[in-house]
Design a protein around this ligand. Structure first.
Ligand SMILES: Cc1cc2nc3c(=O)[nH]c(=O)nc-3n(C[C@H](O)[C@H](O)[C@H](O)COP(=O)(O)OP(=O)(O)OC[C@H]3O[C@@H](n4cnc5c(N)ncnc54)[C@H](O)[C@@H]3O)c2cc1C
Ligand SMILES: NC(=O)c1ccc[n+]([C@@H]2O[C@H](COP(=O)([O-])OP(=O)(O)OC[C@H]3O[C@@H](n4cnc5c(N)ncnc54)[C@H](O)[C@@H]3O)[C@@H](O)[C@H]2O)c1
Length: 467
């Protein structure tokens, strides 16, 4: 029987990063992945392929709608979805191949098959052909991730009634895509097909889209997406989804109790994801789950079985790739006797629509509910020379600071390149900067980052320079 110091089950951004860090620290490390390619949800059917399609569709949208204004005249461009999907797969293959390289480089043993606990120290790996082997480990890290969730009355046929996984490989551009759930997946993948010419209707249960993010961002994003042609039906709960040949019908009720129905050719179900623990044999090791089916862990990401840890989407907290990776590093370093720490308040969240939305720290709603006295500063992107030069004038930066100390408590933005600019907020908040600290730093001109300086000036002393 082969034996290891650390075995990781699942090769997503949680698992593969945990394995690399463990190997760097000198542990004899193995990783088990049930699929032939490494990288988990994020690299195969999540972050990377969705961003590849978002970028391709954004190029098409710009060619169709914005080039002319820049003085570039072309015949009306044509979207070749098959090529976009093929390119997406090339990007995925390259990226997942890179993980295989990293496993080899770090001398991590890769087992392909389903990992299932036989006991607290033994995991059986069952290959596709049914053959199996048992490996023994001092420590095991569960990093099995998540799967799309659905609604009890929906029959996901994966052809017309689909999840994100199928939406990343459609064979045609939908005529009318009905999106159930106006969260991150619904708006990102809804944007892909909207840009390619689909009619897109988003049916959302709450009274706002991206409900977890700062309210100003959700309002502004809805306004901008509406301008791009996306339709929204908020405060509306779906009660039935039917397929009839190539058509689909979604029935829903709004808050006034009125029944509504939407007809289209595809329905994307994007109502969240659920932890994935099927077939893991947790009962054989005695590992407990919480009330929401997540592996229960303490502050050290240790389960109730002392030599078994769990990280990423399968445990509590934001279902984000970078959160999973931070947790992988934390567990490996703890096992090496180090004292790592994750500041969960400073894990940024990004929505890759265009414009992008990003946030870190607390939202205005959370701070008000907690009774914290705050100052709020904001600055519109349209007032920047950089935005006017590119034509990306939608959006704003909003900085929330403590009314007494001026420490930045929340940093939110919607606008061009927000996914990258948010890290100015992350860095500032990690070093507990005040809004005035940011306001007094020189920001290159012309740049989108100037909106940060201006919003900080507005937060600290209500004296922005350019509005
Ligand atoms: C469409 C989409 C877009 C996304 N975009 C982003 C984004 O832009 N940014 C972001 O931060 N997050 C994004 N996410 C979320 C992100 O993908 C997850 O948060 C992240 O993948 C979680 O990592 P993980 O390592 O916990 O699990 P996963 O990536 O889910 O990996 C778990 C792995 O474990 C394997 N596994 C499960 N059970 C077993 C078993 N018993 N034996 C062996 N292997 C097993 C699975 O096959 C899988 O490969 C997106 C998700 C989706 C669906
Ligand atoms: N850019 C990114 O970081 C990124 C991209 C994609 C996915 N993800 C992660 O994947 C996870 C899953 O994404 P998601 O978009 O499926 O979930 P989500 O939680 O972001 O959004 C789900 C939405 O569905 C709504 N909803 C729930 N039940 C409903 C119903 N019956 N009718 C109508 N609406 C309903 C919710 O109110 C919510 O707005 C998220 O946690 C996210 O963190 C991240």
């Amino acid at each position: 029987m082969s034996s290891f110091d650390i075995t990781v089950i699942g090769s997503g951004p949680g698992g593969y990063v945990a394995a690399i860090r463990a190997a760097q620290l000198g542990f004899k490390t193995a990783i088990i992945e049930k699929y032939p390619t490494l990288g988990g949800t994020c690299l195969n059917v999540g972050c990377i392929p969705s961003k590849a399609l978002l970028d391709s569709s954004e190029h098409f949208h710009n060619a169709a709608h914005n080039f002319e204004n820049h003085g570039i005249e072309i015949n009306p461009p044509k979207a070749n979805l098959a090529r976009m999907i093929e390119r997406k797969q090339e990007v995925v293959d390259q990226t997942t191949g890179g993980i295989k390289y990293l496993m080899d480089k770090n001398k991590i043993t890769v087992f392909e098959g389903v990992g299932s606990f036989e006991s607290a120290t033994k995991v059986k790996v069952t290959k596709n052909d049914g053959s199996a082997e048992v490996i023994e480990s001092k420590y095991t890290i569960i990093a099995t991730g998540s799967k799309p969730s659905s609604l009890p009355f929906i029959n996901l046929d994966k052809e017309r009634i689909i999840t994100s996984t199928e939406a990343l490989k459609l064979k045609e551009i939908p005529k009318h895509l009905i999106v159930i759930g106006g969260g991150v997946i619904g708006l990102e993948l809804g944007s892909v097909y909207l840009r390619l010419g689909s009619e897109v209707t988003v049916v959302e249960y709450m009274d706002k889209i991206i409900p977890g993010m700062d309210g100003t961002m959700s309002k502004e994003l809805q306004k901008v997406l509406k301008k791009q042609g996306m339709k929204f039906q908020l405060s509306t709960g779906v009660s039935a989804v039917e397929r009839n040949g190539d058509n689909v019908k979604v029935t829903a009720k709004n808050k006034k109790g009125e029944e509504l129905s939407f007809e289209g050719d595809y329905v994307l179900v994007s109502v969240g994801r659920k932890p994935y623990t099927e077939g893991l044999g947790l009962e054989n090791a005695g590992v407990e789950l919480d009330e929401r089916g997540r592996v229960k862990v303490n502050d050290h990401l240790q389960t109730n079985v002392t030599n078994i840890y769990a990280i990423g989407d399968v445990v509590q907290g934001a279902m984000l790739a970078h959160k999973a990776s931070e947790e992988g590093v934390l567990v490996a370093e703890q096992l090496a006797g180090q004292k790592p720490h994750i500041n969960y308040n400073l894990i940024p969240g990004v929505v890759y629509t265009w414009p992008e939305v990003a946030g870190v720290g607390k939202t205005e709603e959370e701070l008000k509910e907690a009774g914290v006295a705050i100052k709020v500063g904001s600055f519109p992107m349209r007032a920047l020379g950089r935005s006017r030069a590119s034509g990306d004038i939608d959006g704003l930066v909003k900085i929330i600071s403590d009314a007494k100390t001026d420490e930045i408590l929340g940093f939110h933005m919607i606008g061009a390149r927000a996914a990258d600019l948010i890290h100015e907020g992350v860095t500032a908040m990690e070093f507990r900067a005040s809004a005035e600290d940011l306001a007094r730093m020189s920001h290159a001109h012309p740049s989108y980052a100037e909106a940060v300086k201006e919003a900080a000036l507005d937060a600290t002393e209500k004296r922005p320079l350019h509005v």
